[in-house]
Design a protein around this ligand. Structure first.
Ligand code: DWN
Ligand code: SAH
Ligand code: ZN
Length: 404
């Protein structure tokens, strides 16, 4: 049993995925082959109900110089950020508003903010990702966001009217440091908006691959409301988002500043009614994972025994959990195609499957392809229409194992 990173209460584990590598630490085929391993297990705090990993990985190990993920690889996500910017910018004060993005990676919201003529600043510690943003003309500080960084930004640039963050706040185990930073930086009437995978969607789809080193928390509305309160803020709005397999956008503000929207109360009531953070619902995640572990490698072995060629699509961080938990390596999935330059030519963490560029997919097409980037299904299937036309079949494992 470990201590809750939010309230210090007892955390009870409900799913254990065993020894795992870092989900974005791709392996150099010519290197020593040494990999950092840790035990990937997830639990729930008995006191504040926050779902969290029981063994945090030091942040510098994950978000290092050559952290390979690039947000801009998905056209749908680029559109999502453009739309988000339009909505959020509409609520800003007219006089010289200032937007800070935590975890901007190679751009995120900022291109659209800049295009609207609004002053923006990104904060991201991963050097090459931040450099990619800077190379596009965006302003970035290559640092972890915390109280110290926030104080420095405030001193240099004044208060922020909007602090925005996608798929990053759930990655930071020290939430107190995030809120302390927001407290230093946010203007009195400012909003802190963050969006991350939603526990409700993870459970309803048995998407156990959302459990990775980087996803320290799986947020639900109740525990986030309580955490915000503990750190001196109000949760004033929530909005479900269809991206990345189902997320929630949380809007937080200084206490008493805005009246919470009806969506907050409705989400809290729904979570209570469905027992979202209760033990039976959470145990379902482990059961779903075991089902996939029983079925997916067996399907792949049958196909291989029948002489079929099976590839993968999307060398996602999420797929590290799937391949390593299910024991899937290059003998079952010959290679994985991925559009990210910093992943190509390397091997997937732990499972050691070669990563190839998307052009290799049709050269020639495999018989089957495991859709590891299932959250980008529409975009990828549209792009790779030729695969099905040539008789190829996709293998999915969220919400369950099936060939389509
Ligand atoms: O939260 C996180 C999310 C946003 O990104 C991070 N912790 C790490 C990362 O997780 P992931 O790797 O599971 O994210 P994605 O967005 O599911 O990764 C998709 C992968 O598929 C990328 O490597 C890019 C690739 N891809 C591709 O090859 N062709 C993606 C698209 C859309 C494509 O058309
Ligand atoms: N916002 C992007 C990137 C998500 S990946 C998107 O939604 O696509 C998570 C990013 O957060 C990485 O680029 C990582 O370097 C960054 N990150 C991790 N911890 C951080 C911290 N404490 N402060 C700022 N950025 C952080
Ligand atoms: Zn707690």
């Amino acid at each position: 049993m470990s201590g809750c990173r939010v309230c210090g209460g007892p955390v009870h584990e409900f799913a254990d995925f065993g020894r795992q590598p870092l989900s974005d630490a791709f392996v150099d085929p010519g290197g020593t082959g040494d990999e950092f391993l840790f035990r990937l297990a997830v639990g729930r705090c008995a006191r504040c109900r926050m779902v969290q990993l029981t063994e945090p990985v030091p942040r510098e190990r994950m978000f290092r110089y050559d952290y390979p993920y690039r947000s801009s690889q998905s056209a749908r996500m680029r559109r999502h950020f453009d739309r988000t910017a339009r909505t959020l910018l509409a609520g800003l004060p007219a006089r010289d508003p200032f937007v800070v993005e935590i975890g901007c990676n190679d751009g995120g919201l900022m291109p659209a903010v800049d295009a609207a003529g609004v002053r923006s600043l990104g904060v991201d510690p991963s050097v090459l990702a931040a450099k990619a943003a800077a190379d596009r003309g965006l302003r970035v500080r290559t640092e972890f966001f915390d109280a110290g960084t926030a104080a420095a930004v405030r001193a240099a640039e004044g208060p922020a009217d909007l602090i925005y963050s996608a798929n990053t706040i759930s990655h930071i185990d020290d939430l107190a440091s995030v809120f302390a930073g927001v407290d230093r930086l946010l203007a009195p009437a400012g909003r802190f908006v963050f969006e991350d995978p939603y526990l409700g969607d993870v459970l309803s789809q048995s998407a156990f691959d959302q459990v990775i080193d980087e996803h320290f928390y799986l947020f639900a509305v109740g525990p986030v409301r309580d955490a915000a309160r503990r750190f001196g803020f109000d949760l004033v709005d929530v909005e479900p988002l269809p991206v990345h397999g189902g997320e929630m956008r949380f809007t937080v503000a200084r206490p008493g500043r805005y009246r919470p929207t009806p969506a907050v109360g409705a989400a809290l009531a729904r979570e209570d009614a469905t027992g979202l953070t209760g033990a039976p619902a959470l145990r379902g995640l482990a059961a779903g994972a075991e089902r996939v572990r029983a079925e997916l490698p067996a399907l792949l072995r049958r196909l291989r025994a029948g002489g079929r060629v099976v590839a993968g699509y999307g060398a996602t961080a999420k797929s590290a959990t799937v391949t390593n938990y299910c024991g899937i390596g290059p003998e079952l999935v010959a290679f994985v195609c991925d559009s990210t330059p910093g992943k190509q030519g390397l091997l997937t963490p732990g499972s050691r499957i070669p990563v190839r560029p998307p052009e290799a997919f049709a050269d020639p097409y495999p018989d089957y392809a495991v859709l590891f980037a299932w959250n980008h299904a529409e975009e990828i299937m549209a792009k790779e229409r030729g695969f099905r036309a040539a008789g190829g079949r996709w293998i999915r494992y969220v919400p369950d194992v099936r060939v389509v």
